[in-house]
Design a protein around this ligand. Structure first.
Ligand SMILES: Nc1nc2c(c(=O)[nH]1)N[C@@H](CNc1ccc(C(=O)N[C@@H](CCC(=O)N[C@@H](CCC(=O)N[C@@H](CCC(=O)O)C(=O)O)C(=O)O)C(=O)O)cc1)CN2
Ligand code: MET
Ligand SMILES: [Zn+2]
Length: 763
């Protein structure tokens, strides 16, 4: 098939709208814009610069220079692509939510350092004796933000230096930009109360103080000549209480009422505004952004009369080309109402890779259907110019094969007896979550293998040696259930995608996950099928090298799909069930190879939970059913483990129970044992490993602290069902701290076992 040309702007000239006169009327909103752009660098330049700075291999000046260069290159490239509506302040040293805390001067005292970079890194990474800020998912994406802490006494002091600097930088390049700020309502709704806040304290109660800071920031931006500012309010697409909607009305009445300010563009994304739409429509703001990919055109368009509608018709959440018929249909209907319409992306392009042009190994028929960030900019520009000829219409898919129903497992008590007899584990069994540190040598070996510089047999020898080393370490530490350490995997999702039909993987398609960490989300483009065993070889190898049980390690169907870009011509549930069927086959093969424990991770179960409550039960039903499809083929004596992390697991405890795994490990360390306080945990009928070692921090937990965590678990759950484990995999940590922490974990489990003789095993 000939490759359709990528749409190019007719005149590749930087487009710089006139700078508004002070006191002039609302400046014109550019016809084509985006809500944000990737910032890690097309070759992860920022990641490398950050890590070099952290390791002391480079100074702050070099880090800053890398950031400045990446911003300049982005503005220049997007100007060349003909994008008039450029944005600034979308760059971040670590995280844009933390940047908002810096902007408002609301950073917890314990993280404050001499420079904003060091402050952000202290908050994101912690330091000796200083735990980092809690980190959690940005809505339903795989991006993680640092959760701001706001209390009754938090002081706010506007510091607009970052948006001002970036605005000036772009201006110096001849590019007029719209600074992007996190909106006040979303900022407060994403924050959590400080540790010393009274019970029931809601950060939103500090709205007045926050608005005062925003007023000063808007004033400073206006002074600098900023024409439009973008305030991001994605929190408004979730269910909001009457109080929260009233706070939204207050916020925008107040900011809109300022005499001296830029024109205000309130951006919503990740869904439809619903009941927040009339609230924003009634507010004195000049432009409103709608996600028209996730949401349909609202009926109440009349209410928006007089405002610019920034129509998010190009998806920022997937890698597919825009369906020109759908997009132009929406744009025409909007224009038909007499509204002023700008073409935009549905959300920031932060969640997609930079440039399809960097991928030279993808099949041509797939490339023809794809658009990464740069191509999405081209689409926005083409749609705004009414030039859709260059955007091909997507090809409809054939109907998927119906999957047969599967039988469910025996009841847990029956399985528990069979497993206890087979595994003969002590009370409080100790284990880890799967990965051991991914060393530089492993990554270098894999890079050499991919580049053809390393013989596959030699690579296999390196992996086997690493597995031997990791097993020996675990035996020496005295862990009860061992893992092979996942050294052969680049990533827990990409690795499976590389071994399943229906997926493609990229070489440079990096997307920021948090801080300097990135993933290359695979592209699920066809029907998914497992061509052959994926993990059996290394699992059996590991089991052949030790007498202790080795857990087989698989990624669950929801997580594989959540962390990939998926086809949109089939319902998500159908795609997830196809992946589940492939994993089911892998569980069967591991079992046949004599593996007695199989862990099927589902850390993204919570992430895909719909933002609107009305859609949640339906999602949880099919997600749980998919997990059971993946695991229910296992015999009674095969112990199925699952693992969830970053999950606010509280929100989905009933679903976790319904997964029917024999043992579940969850994050607990960073949520301060909150999970154990949940009433539902007490009725949790199977094994539970509340994470007692926070692997997201370099800190080594002392044995008595771990023992306290285990005792708390024993107070909530029957003995014999509590496991001792870290709260996630160890791949991002280093060996010295992992060894010390696991030594403490084993010591703590032994101490609690001997000091608190537990009643006979209950099942
Ligand atoms: N997909 C996914 N999402 C997730 C998680 C996860 O594990 N996977 N965990 C949670 C937290 N998020 C995370 C996301 C990424 C990483 C992470 O460690 N990423 C690595 C990259 C992992 C990877 O793909 N590694 C490849 C490529 C490594 C690499 O950079 N190679 C160099 C060459 C290396 C050398 O020569 O030394 C290169 O390509 O330039 C490999 O090991 O093969 C990183 O950013 O550094 C950790 C947690 C939630 N979401
Ligand atoms: C993000 S969940 C990670 C689970 C995986 N088995 C690991 O240990 O790395
Ligand atoms: Zn995890």
């Amino acid at each position: 098939m000939p490759q359709p040309p990528v749409p190019q702007p007719a005149v590749p000239q930087p487009v710089t709208p006139p700078v508004p006169e002070p006191g002039a009327r609302t400046p014109e909103f550019p016809a084509a814009t985006i809500l944000g752009y990737p910032r890690i660098g097309p070759r992860r330049e920022l990641k490398r610069a950050m890590e070099a700075y952290w390791d002391g291999r480079a100074g702050l000046a070099e880090l800053r220079e890398t950031g400045r260069r990446l911003r300049a290159e982005t503005w220049t490239d997007l100007a060349r692509r003909g994008l008039a509506g450029q944005v600034s302040n979308t760059f971040s040293d670590y995280d844009h939510v933390f940047d908002a805390a810096l902007l408002l001067g609301a950073v917890p005292e314990r993280y404050r350092r001499d420079t904003p970079e060091d402050t952000a890194f202290a908050a994101g990474r912690g330091a000796a004796g200083l735990a980092p800020l809690r980190m959690t998912k940005w809505f339903d994406t795989n991006y993680h933000y640092l959760v701001p802490e706001i209390g009754p006494d938090t002081g706010f002091r506007a510091d607009p230096s970052k948006p001002l600097t970036e605005y000036a930088e772009a201006r110096a390049l001849g590019v007029e930009t719209r600074p992007v700020l996190l909106g006040p309502v979303t900022f407060l709704l994403l924050s959590e109360p400080t540790a010393d806040a009274p019970a029931g304290f809601a950060p939103l109660s500090r709205l007045d103080a926050v608005l005062e800071a925003y007023e000063q920031i808007l004033g400073a931006l206006a002074d600098a000549g900023v024409g439009w500012v973008q305030l991001d309010e994605p929190a408004l697409v979730a269910d909001r209480s009457a109080d929260e909607l009233a706070a939204t009305a207050t916020a925008y009445r107040r900011l809109g009422g300022l005499a001296h300010r830029p024109a205000l563009f309130v951006a919503s994304y990740f869904g439809a505004l619903g009941e927040a739409l009339p609230v924003l429509a009634a507010a004195p703001v000049e432009a409103i952004g709608l996600d028209l990919v996730r949401g349909e055109l609202p009926d109440e368009l009349d209410a928006l009369r007089g405002k610019v509608i920034v129509a998010g018709v190009v998806s920022g959440r997937d890698v597919w080309r825009t369906d020109p018929a759908r997009a132009t249909g929406q744009l025409e209907r909007l224009r038909g109402t007499g509204a002023t319409v700008a073409v935009s992306t549905s959300c920031s392009l932060l969640h997609v890779p930079y440039d399809l042009a960097a991928e030279t190994e993808l099949p041509a028929e797939l490339t023809g259907r794809l658009a990464f960030a740069a191509q999405k900019v081209d689409e926005v520009v083409a749609l705004a110019a009414g030039d859709t000829g260059a955007i091909p219409t997507p090809v409809p898919a054939a109907a998927p094969v119906e999957l047969p129903p599967v039988a469910q497992r025996s009841p847990y008590p029956v399985r528990a007896v069979a497993q206890a007899a087979r595994l003969a584990l002590p009370d409080l069994p100790t284990t880890t979550i799967g990965s051991f540190p991914q060393t530089g040598e492993l990554r270098a070996a894999r890079a050499a293998l991919t580049a053809g510089r390393l013989d596959p047999a030699e690579y296999d020898r390196i992996i086997a040696t690493e597995i031997d080393r990791v097993l020996a370490l675990q035996e020496e530490l005295g862990l009860d259930v061992l893992v092979h350490g996942e050294p052969e995997r680049n990533d827990m999702v990409q690795y499976f995608a590389e071994h399943l039909d229906g997926f493609a993987v990229t070489r440079h398609g990096w997307v920021q996950s948090y801080g300097s960490r990135c993933t290359r989300p695979p592209i699920l483009h066809g029907d998914v099928r497992r061509a052959g065993p994926i993990t059996v070889r290394w699992a059996s190898y590991a089991q052949s090298r030790t007498d202790r049980p080795v857990k087989g390690m698989l990624t669950g169907p929801v997580t594989i799909v959540a962390w990939s870009f998926v086809r949109r011509d089939l319902p998500l549930r159908t795609v997830v069930h196809q992946v589940a069927d492939a994993i089911r086959g892998e569980v069967a093969d591991l079992e046949a190879a004599g593996i007695g424990i199989v862990q099927v991770d589902e850390p993204a179960l919570r992430e895909l939970l719909p933002l609107r409550a009305a859609q949640r039960d339906d999602y949880l039903d099919w997600a749980v059913a998919a997990y059971r499809r993946a695991t229910s083929g296992a015999g009674d004596a095969t112990q199925i483990h699952t693992h969830l992390c970053y999950s606010d697991a509280e929100a989905v405890l009933a679903a976790i129970d319904a997964l029917d795994a024999d043992v579940t490990s969850v994050e607990s360390a960073r949520s301060h044992g909150r999970i154990l306080a949940e009433r539902a945990v007490h009725s949790f009928a199977r094994g539970l490993g509340p994470g007692v070692y926070d692997i997201h921090s370099r800190r080594v937990p002392p044995a008595d602290e771990i023992a306290a965590g285990l005792r708390a678990a024993l107070a909530a759950l029957p003995a014999g069902r509590v496991w001792a484990n870290p709260d996630c995999g160890l791949k991002t940590r280093g060996y010295p701290e992992v060894t010390a922490a696991l030594r403490n974990l084993v010591a703590a489990a032994r101490e609690v076992r001997s000091a608190d003789p537990v009643p006979a095993r209950q099942h």
